[in-house]
Design a protein around this ligand. Structure first.
Ligand code: PHE
Length: 358
């Protein structure tokens, strides 16, 4: 058989082996057997030296051509196999990766809780209002009737920003109440808004994280009173906890920006493993509320002789803990897939009044 015939046989054979290689290691074996140091094609290259000049003139280019052709085919097949392996990995790991990313983000935002509560209030005719996370002293404290230097400011372990040129320090808002001020200054009553948002305090243990979520409510018109506050909140939380009626109780409390102020508890049963709302002999504190203080109305340019209303504020993270029976808040920030699965958060399930709350 002439050298050229032999080369053409080798080519057919190797090309078949290359396209038949099922994975990268099979392909590598073909490469080593042909083009490796001790490979068959490399061996033939070495015989060129012993050929006659005429023989070499045809065999040389043919051999070089074959070697290049095989090398190209092997590289192409390698790329193909790598792509297939990658696709297969993407296919099998796909669920985990997207699941983890979007779930952790969702858990971080506490969408289940925030959207659940927001959906209920939206259904009751509340609009959504928002404000900045970085607030000035006026909106976070002063306008809310926290006098300068008043110890009530210490109730919140505030994160302060570096002072500006005038020595004024902005804060990471310690509650969503500053958005009450922004709303009343920008909008004429009647006002009926809820304000979901992130808030910040220097705290870190099982039930406190330095960033958490509040939902604030504000209703201002000419005749709203404490009875409206009570019925509105009782109705909302009956829906949130999916019970016929969440019995509530209001304890006197103090907030500088409401008068009178109260904390709202709802009846629950803590004797079992899970907290059951709407039955039992225990009470669960869920929010702070009260009638908007006349000073606050005045600070926003509203006449307290004409306007009145109520406000409330609640910690969504805590509420979600109670609703889902979670002992610790910190995993919200850890994006642990097992934890996410355990509590059944699903990235594609958006809570609404009609579904996705439980
Ligand atoms: N802003 C208060 C807090 O963070 C809650 C609150 C809001 C109380 C509105 C009364 C009225 O503790």
């Amino acid at each position: 058989m002439s050298v050229l015939d032999e080369l053409s046989t080798i080519e057919t054979e190797v090309m078949a082996a290359v396209s038949g290689a099922a994975d990268e290691s099979a392909l590598e074996a073909v490469r080593v057997a042909e083009l490796g140091k001790k490979g068959r094609v490399s061996g033939l290259m070495k015989t060129l030296g012993g050929m006659s000049p005429e023989e070499r003139q045809t065999a040389g280019p043919a051999l070089n051509g074959l070697r290049d052709k095989l090398a190209t085919a092997i590289a192409a097949r390698k790329a193909e196999l790598e792509m297939a392996a990658l696709n297969q990995r993407l296919e099998t790991e796909r669920e985990d990766l997207t699941y983890r990313r979007s779930c952790s983000r969702r858990a971080l935002l506490l969408d289940a809780g925030v959207r659940g509560v927001a959906a209920i209030f939206a259904d009751m005719g509340f609009a959504v209002a928002e404000g900045p996370d970085i607030e000035d002293d006026f909106h976070n404290f002063t306008a809310l009737n926290f006098p300068e230097g008043h110890p009530a400011r210490e109730m919140h372990d505030t994160f302060f920003m570096k002072p500006d040129a005038e020595g004024r320090r902005k804060v990471l808002r310690t509650h969503t109440s500053p958005v009450q001020i922004r709303t009343m200054m920008n909008q004429k009553p009647p006002i009926r808004v809820i304000i979901p948002g992130r808030v910040y305090r220097k705290d870190w243990d099982a039930t406190h994280t330095p960033m958490f979520h509040q939902i604030e409510g504000l209703v201002i018109d000419k005749s709203t009173h404490m009875g409206h506050l009570k019925s509105c909140l009782t109705e909302a939380f009956s829906r949130f906890f999916e019970v016929e009626r969440a019995e509530s109780r209001f304890r006197p409390h103090f907030f500088p920006f409401t008068e009178p102020s109260a904390e709202m508890d709802i009846r629950c049963d803590r004797s079992g493993k899970e907290i059951k709302v709407g039955e039992g002999d225990d009470w669960l504190e869920i929010l702070g509320c009260g009638m908007v203080h006349p000073n606050v109305l005045r600070n926003c340019g509203l006449d307290p002789e004409e306007y009145q209303g109520f406000a409330f504020g609640l910690g969504v993270d805590r509420l979600a803990m109670l609703k889902y029976g979670m002992p610790d808040l910190r995993p919200y920030f850890e994006a642990d897939v097992d934890w996410i699965k355990h509590y059944g958060f699903k990235p594609w399930l958006l809570p609404s009044v009609t579904g996705g709350l439980s």
